[in-house]
Design a protein around this ligand. Sequence first.
Ligand code: AMP
Ligand code: MG
Length: 588
Amino acid sequence: MNLSNCSLPLLGFAAFSGTGKTTLLEVLIPKLVGAGVRIAMVKHAHHEFDVDKPGKDSYRLRKAGASQMLISSRNRHALMTETPEEETSLNQLLGRLDQTRADLVLVEGFKREAFPKIELNRHALEKPWLHHEDKNIIAIACDSAPETALPVLDINDVSAITAFIIRWMEGHKAQTATCDSLSPTMLSVDAGREKILNAISEPSIAQSLSLESLHHCVLAEPVIAPVNVPSSTNSAMDGYAIRSDDTSRDSYQLIAEVFAGHGYDKSIKAGECVRIMTGAPVPELADTVIMREQAQDVNGTITFDTRKGAIRPGQNVRQAGEDLRKGSVVFDKGTRIGAAELGMLASLGLAKAECYRPLRVAIFSTGDEVQAPGSAPNAHCIYDANRYTLRAMLTKLGCELLDLGIIEDSEEALTSTLTNAIKNADLVISSGGVSVGDADYIKTVLSQMGDINFWRVNMRPGRPLAFGKLRDVPFFGLPGNPVAVMVTFLQFVEPAIRKMQGDKFWQPERLSAISQERIRSRLGRSEYTRGIYSVGANGQMEVRSTGSQGSGILRSMSEANCLIEVSPEVECAEVGDRVTVIPLASRL
Ligand code: AMP
Ligand code: MG
């Protein structure tokens, strides 16, 4: 939903009727006003509502046919607009407010619109929670203790709610300020990712790839099952096949043996059975299998030591097409091929599939101090770690690599490297050289060759980030610090790559765990602490940090199995607080 007409922080209150929304607002607004916050309110009312009174001049003029009535006096004015055709949208209404006269817009109603809200809940009313469904809820004011990662406020402590709103407004200001071209303001992680994803296109070039080279590729066409899997109805056990209308006999005559890969082409009669192996097709009319462990064979007479009536018709038999039915959609377009998908394609007898062409990604490191591993250490130098973390993460995503090495600090070297990169790659990633204090030549070259923005993202680690296009080729200038490279890759580059690859079904995995430590952050900032999550003694997921968290300390990353995310609305996570955990196992 688009609420672009509002440049101010917009905050709603979500609650069932009877919770006391208006009563709370009546005491909250004076507190906010007292703290210097000018309030504008938008409230939804039922369709019969009218502010005007019959008999007043304004009422008479409206009834005479004025579809807009603006009435003004020394102290206030009001605009009444008749909207018989269609209700005015929240965005249009916001456009009507004089936003130069307010600092915060509070909204009552419009519960289906997507904008930040505080959920109000009173335990005595026994109403369900709304934050499970409404992802726009940023905090809960209530008189109980819900299990949630969101901040929880006491609904009866109006000062605490006021303080929360004021802090949230500060965070909001920091987040929404965009900062193209080295402006001192900062961009939020979400806003940065959204800008990046908007600038990135989905793939168009497909090619037929053989099973051997399909791993990690993304399907450009749906896969339809050409055959049934299994192809014939077969036994799920080593045992004896009988007819399901013939299960209560004392003994059966063994008439044949069927091995996997072979068949028995006659049908079986009542009183007969065949010995059958797992995976072998059941003969005609034989549709029930008793496992071998429950059978006795005395010279070809088979008895089963099952209780009377315990044989279930159809047991231990897999139906033809039970796994995949011929003609059904096995995978949608946009599915990434992993190990299980490869196995399924093979089990359908397919030797190839239509996939998007693998993405070719050029990488290089910058900085005169950066030296290739394997050489004797030079004075004042550090070994290049970033190209190797990038190589690994890109390979994991199924990208083809164009490794351009370490580029010396000169305009010519960078210009020729970038010229080569954009000729041969779909995406270019560099590390180092994008923070404010860095040598200016990188910024100069990037600005000459394309449309690149230098951002300061309100996150830690990973504040500086350059993003844009060199001709049509997306470019990421990641920070230099090794941990910042990995974290910004996970937050910004991986989502962009997945979109460029046509991967439709990926969402970063996010879990919730109880923090065993105090984790510092700052309002407005996204903090990514490297952590170790595990299931604690009481069965609850717990998480702790890996210790020293400097953005150059790669060990913090190698010991971690997750990132602990402290979101911008939260100042600090205390021991026992719920925090968001981003598992790393599938991504590094
Ligand atoms: P920069 O953003 O270029 O100022 O780099 C920030 C820090 O990261 C500096 O301490 C650099 O030495 C370090 N750094 C830059 N590139 C690399 C690299 N490829 N591998 C390891 N450390 C690096
Ligand atoms: Mg540098």
